[in-house]
Design a protein around this ligand. Structure first.
Ligand code: OGA
Ligand code: MN
Length: 222
């Protein structure tokens, strides 16, 4: 985990954050605009473009450890894990840390840790319906997705569709992945999918975790 200094920041709007967390508490998910500084969104987008150009993005797998596999039929996208190595990553991680304590204050979740990655969907990329909490230990508790593409239009595809609960017949919500839009979801309660993108689509996805140690094995990030 990366140590973060407590400092005032204009990288996130506290009142938008408080409203988002209240909606998360009420509904299990929320979709908000204006939470993050647009300059920070632009920096993250530029960093992801540079990573893509340098060829370091890796095909995304699903599952964890023994269950880990490449599953092209479920997900077609490339990822890169944050390591806090750039100013934009550190700024974003500081925002995530502030949100972590605000979520813990409102929902008493005991969130402990945060992991996140860049995601680049190629043209034709998608991610089938899934829950973010991985099978096995209760680890990912709250999910966050941040969209990076300026000027994204509904007709470009790549819509995020979420279900309001795991219940059969649950209502759905469709989110156009416009730059700066943020989705928060309870990782164990909100199934979601990404419909095929008709042009390259860019996002950051992160997860707050509880410290789910099992036996001798401390369940570390990734
Ligand atoms: C994920 C995910 C959604 C998106 O990475 O787990 O669901 O809109 N991403 O990219
Ligand atoms: Mn997901």
């Amino acid at each position: 985990m990366i140590e973060l200094v407590e400092a005032e920041t204009d990288d996130f709007d506290r009142s938008v954050g408080d409203a988002a967390i209240e909606a998360l508490a009420q509904n299990g998910y929320c979709v908000v605009d204006g939470l993050l500084n647009p300059g920070l969104i632009g920096s993250l987008n530029a960093e992801l473009a540079a990573l893509d150009a340098s060829g370091v993005l890796a095909a995304a797998a699903i599952g964890r450890e023994g269950g880990r596999r490449q599953a092209a039929e479920i997900r077609r996208a490339a990822i890169h894990w944050f390591d806090g190595g750039t100013a934009a990553e550190r700024r974003f991680l500081e925002v995530a840390e502030r949100l972590r304590s605000a979520i813990n204050r409102r929902l008493f979740l005991g969130l402990f840790d945060f992991e996140c990655n860049f995601i680049a969907y190629p043209t034709g990329g998608f991610y089938g319906r899934h829950l973010d909490s991985l099978s096995g230990a209760r680890n990912r508790v709250v999910s966050m997705v941040i969209y990076l593409d300026p000027g994204w239009q509904a007709e470009y595809g790549g819509i995020l569709r979420l279900w309001e609960s795991v219940d059969e017949g649950a209502g759905t919500v469709e989110v156009v992945p416009q730059a700066g839009r943020v989705v928060l979801m309870m990782s164990e309660e909100i199934p979601h999918e990404v419909l095929p993108a008709h042009r390259p689509r860019h996002a950051v996805a992160g997860w707050w975790r509880v410290n789910a140690s099992t036996g001798q094995r401390l369940d570390t990030s990734r």
